[in-house]
Ligand binder design. Structure first.
Ligand code: IVH
Length: 666
């Protein structure tokens, strides 16, 4: 095969995996395998730049910044939707339709979640993505083509032979950020000293309207498509047929969409969706109920701003008001000082909220939040509760703007906020609050996993100066503990036993426990592999070596080297070893019988969890993947195994029972 064909074959393969992932939600390969294919294509194109085409999946990385966006006029205006505030208003909508049609009949509706994101229009000519725009004022939007290209879920070419693609296809949809992606993004913003986003919608809007598309490329944007603009070359009788074809063409379509016979079913859909609202992975603010039949839509027509054939059924707000009783400062493990509002407890979205982070001084200034203020509080599903705004009309007289103090609330040491950064940090490494948080982290479940050493005990130990750093834990005695409040001899013994038992641990648990900035649990595992479990080597590493490790970037490399340059850290670690901490080298001790083998665990297992299964495989040099593909070597199937087992059978991959797997291990 010549290079050009080879490149095209790779592109097709990658596009197909995109489709399986974003549209069918049924990936065939793991992320790592995907990345490998992608890298291969990138390399081939780098060597043969004349074969690069605009619809190659590699062309999604972003382009040089623009001065401003151009405009794009929508061929058909992008209208908005009329709202129904409750089920009565949904019924009234149906009644209006019946009156217009002049006869009582059961109308077929199609209902969908109303996503809280940004509407966009995507234009395809002869099957190729040519441009895309925001809704703008409904008539003209901004040309955000370059940004839209970075969203992997948007096909750059339709999944059809070019000759059978419609000459023109306009697809409309909503760009949004999933709740889990949003929380991750905000954490990242905080780590990088960047302002946090108020909610997923703002984050999506800010990301889509970036003049520098390489920033957009780094944002976790998703899309669901739900509407047609102009289509030339093919026509549809119903919306459901159109959506089916959209999916075939490669567009993500919301799997929650349902065809409903009559308004009663539509109302049930609406109520059911509202009750599941918090458990959906993305934010929605209602349902959209649309007439399914296009001829009927024509007959009903549109008003100036919204069509007559659709209605947005709104949900109850997930916002409440409450009063800020106090603003306190809390000090984290890395010394970051965060202002937290103490609220009069209020139930929002079914959960009582009494503490809300205000993030930093800039946020407080921007929203002008003061003690005594009545504020609008928002909580949506898994999204961290937040203060949306102050209700100024309710501000008592004599309030003062809140200024974070320049000294640490715990140790009075200076708090320093570098120029241009938003996070203020207590500079005192032996600040008791920092020490406490570091120890809490050190003993936590996924770190050293020391049972019985909780917050209250740590508070006492630090206050009584029995421990100053994590290594001191290992020289505590039963006698010392039993002198503490609420600590009987027996529980003192148990605690010391738990501490002693934790001493035999692994490289990744120990390194994770140290709390090196930017090195989390996963990072520690990556380092364990890279250093073959050798902590001495890790302690003497340098930036160049670190940067050769997959998944370790320059920032992480620098924080690691800086961490080891600090003698205090080296001493603490050496002390731990002197006091009996042993890192079992699970990489060396076990026979590496699974090198090069990939396992997939599915169904419910009896004697081990799937996570433990994964660990068993990884400890023996193998890999564990989340989905079955031709590259899977074994599938271990427990009770009620579903689609993965089926796929393994289809692909002829050996399937093991749990006990067969355990036999292999023995
Ligand atoms: S249909 C003419 N379907 O709601 C109707 N809109 O208020 C075109 N939206 O601008 C829109 N989810 O941003 C439709 N499943 C959905 C939607 C949806 C969210 C947004 C969209 C639109 C606004 C209308």
């Amino acid at each position: 095969m010549n290079i050009r064909d080879n490149i095209q074959k790779l592109r097709n393969e990658i596009n197909e995996h995109n489709y399986r992932y974003y549209v069918l939600d049924d990936p065939l390969i793991s992320d790592v395998e995907y990345d490998r294919l992608f890298k291969k294509l990138q390399n081939l194109e780098k060597e043969n730049p004349n074969f690069i085409t605009p619809d190659s999946p590699t062309q999604r990385v972003g382009a040089p910044p623009l001065e401003g966006f151009g405009n794009i006029k929508h061929r058909i205006p992008m209208q908005s939707l009329a709202n129904a505030m409750d089920t009565e208003e949904i019924l009234a909508f149906h009644d209006r339709l019946i009156r217009r049609l002049g006869e009582q009949r059961i109308i077929e509706y199609i209902a969908e979640p109303k996503l809280d994101g940004l509407a966009v229009e995507l234009v395809y000519e002869n099957g190729k993505f040519v441009n895309g725009s925001t809704r703008g004022d409904g008539t003209t939007g901004e040309n955000i083509t370059r940004n839209l290209k970075t969203i992997r879920a948007i096909p750059l070419a339709l999944r059809v032979e070019a000759h059978s693609a419609p000459a023109l296809l306009e697809v409309r949809g909503e760009v949004f950020i999933r709740k889990d992606d949003f929380n991750k993004l905000n954490k990242q913003q905080e780590t990088n000293d960047k302002p946090v986003f108020a909610n997923p919608r703002n984050a999506a809007a800010g990301s889509l309207r970036q003049l520098d598309s390489s920033i957009t490329a780094k944002r976790p944007l998703s899309i669901f498509c739900y509407q047609a603009g102009v289509i030339e070359g093919i026509s549809f009788e119903t919306h459901s047929e159109f959506l089916k074809e959209l999916k075939n063409w490669g567009f993500p379509v919301n799997p929650e969409i349902k065809i409903l016979k009559g308004i009663a079913e539509a109302i049930t859909f609406h109520s059911d969706l509202e009750s599941r609202r918090n458990s959906l992975p993305y934010e929605i603010d209602g349902s959209v109920i649309k007439v399914n039949n296009y001829a009927l839509r024509e007959e009903l027509g549109v008003r100036s701003r919204s069509p007559r054939w659709a209605i947005a059924g709104k949900f109850k707000a997930q916002q409440e008001t409450s009063v800020i009783e106090d603003i306190v400062l809390s000090v984290g493990r890395t010394g970051a000082v965060t202002p937290v509002a103490k609220l009069m407890p209020v139930k929002v979205g079914g959960v009582v909220v009494s503490n809300v982070t205000l993030h930093n001084q800039d946020e407080i200034d921007r929203k002008d939040i003061r003690v005594g203020d009545t504020v609008l509080v928002q909580r949506a599903g898994d999204v961290i509760p937040q203060v949306v705004k102050v209700i100024l009309e309710k501000r008592p007289t004599n309030t003062q703007p809140f200024k974070m103090s320049n000294s640490c609330p715990e140790c009075n040491h200076d708090v320093f906020r570098p120029e241009g950064e938003v996070v203020a940090r207590c500079q005192n490494l032996s600040c008791p609050a920092q020490v406490k948080r570091r120890i809490e982290h050190f003993v936590s479940k996924n770190a050293m996993d020391i049972d019985g050493v909780g917050e209250k005990l740590i508070d006492q130990l630090v206050e009584k100066k029995l421990i100053n750093s994590v290594d001191d834990l290992f020289s505590l005695t039963v006698h010392q503990l039993s002198e503490l409040e609420r600590m009987a001899e027996k529980s003192a013994e148990n605690t010391i036993n738990a501490i002693n038992n934790s001493k035999t641990t692994t490289f990744h648990r120990f390194v994770h426990a140290l709390g090196i900035r930017n090195v989390g649990e996963h990072g520690a595992k990556v380092l364990e592999k890279a250093f073959a479990g050798n902590i001495e080597k890790f302690m003497k590493t340098n930036i160049e070596d670190l940067e050769t490790i997959d998944e370790v970037g320059p920032i992480v490399a620098e924080t690691i080297v800086t961490f080891w340059l600090d003698e205090t850290n080296v001493n603490i670690v050496n002390n731990c070893f002197e006091l009996g901490v042993v890192l079992e080298n699970n990489q060396k001790n076990l026979d590496q019988i699974f090198i090069g083998k990939t396992f997939v665990f599915t169904g419910s297992l009896e004697t081990i969890t799937r996570n433990e299964g994964k660990e068993i495989v990884e400890d023996r040099g193998g890999r564990s993947a989340g989905s079955v593909s031709s590259k899977t070597d074994y599938v271990v199937a427990g009770e009620n195994a579903g689609s993965k087992l089926k796929k393994a059978e289809e692909l002829g991959i050996p399937v093991l029972t749990e006990s067969e797997f355990m036999d292999l291990v023995k």
